[in-house]
Design a protein around this ligand. Structure first.
Ligand SMILES: C[S@@+](CC[C@H](N)C(=O)[O-])C[C@H]1O[C@@H](n2cnc3c(N)ncnc32)[C@H](O)[C@@H]1O
Length: 242
């Protein structure tokens, strides 16, 4: 098996394994801040279309997709794509009421999403980048399926550096988080993987650069927790507007 496929398979296995405890652990580890950050990601969309079609890449248990459906107040349609069947099963379970008719979950890889070019008004992704073995391919696919003038919003964790806060964060995230994972999810290895994925990840500036190279324009970076969490927002150039 090629190295890239092997890495994807390992990540898929991890999320299938921890799916049932994923939401609980997210809330505990982030002290509930994850919900606030996702809301900021949705607000950054600032949708103009009356009936937007939105894609959530690596939707997991659907938190961001659900928020997007609620935020578009009964008129948008959201597609949540993920390659972990167990995560998608939980997303489907959580999708109730009017959201049921407006969210579709699709099993597939973000490195080859099964959609035509220029399909979506917006593409979102949260906490997925660190799991992707080829970020250039990931952003290029997000760009491909986004319509010209459409918005791309990416939320993720980054290794903070060079401040007393970074030291505290390292202690918490690299030492305590794997222990929380062992205690609450019974899976220390999965949460060690989460810690390592942050420790070994790019800087927000590098990610900004990779997003730009994929073709996006007007890219902004918003930092939370002194850069431990960042929101990158970009647009696919519209031939008329640029
Ligand atoms: C940390 S979870 C984030 C889930 C969700 N976006 C959230 O905000 O909670 C990462 C998700 O990305 C999915 N994922 C990682 N790499 C992927 C890929 N190449 N294609 C599709 N899904 C992927 C995993 O299965 C997992 O559900």
């Amino acid at each position: 098996m090629a190295l890239l496929e092997q890495r994807q398979q390992q990540v898929q296995n991890i999320f299938n394994r921890i799916a049932s405890r994923y939401d609980l652990l997210n809330r505990v580890i982030s002290l509930h801040l994850d919900t606030r950050w996702r809301r900021k990601a949705i607000r950054a969309l600032a949708l103009e279309s009356a009936n937007p079609l939105i894609l959530d890449l690596g939707t997991g248990t659907g938190d961001l997709a659900l928020m997007a459906a609620q935020e578009t107040q009964g008129c948008g349609t959201v597609c949540g794509l993920d390659f972990s069947l167990e995560m998608l099963r939980l997303a489907q379970k959580k999708t109730r009421g009017s959201c049921r008719d407006r969210i579709a979950y699709v099993l597939g890889t973000a490195l080859a999403p099964p959609f035509r070019d220029d399909t979506f008004d917006a593409v979102l992704t949260a906490f997925v980048l660190r799991n992707v073995p080829d970020l250039s391919a990931f952003f290029s696919q997000a760009y491909r399926v986004l319509r010209p003038g459409g918005k791309f919003v990416s939320l993720d964790m980054f290794p903070p550096s060079g401040s007393p806060f970074a030291l505290l964060y390292a202690l918490y995230f690299y030492r305590i988080v794997p222990w929380i994972g062992a205690s609450l999810a019974g899976d220390r290895r999965a949460y060690q993987y989460l810690s390592d994925s942050v420790k070994n990840f790019h800087s927000p500036e590098n990610v900004h650069d990779i997003i730009r190279k994929a073709g996006f324009a007007r890219i902004t970076t918003q930092k939370f927790l002194r850069g431990a969490v960042c929101l990158h927002v970009g647009e696919k150039p519209d031939l008329i507007g640029y």
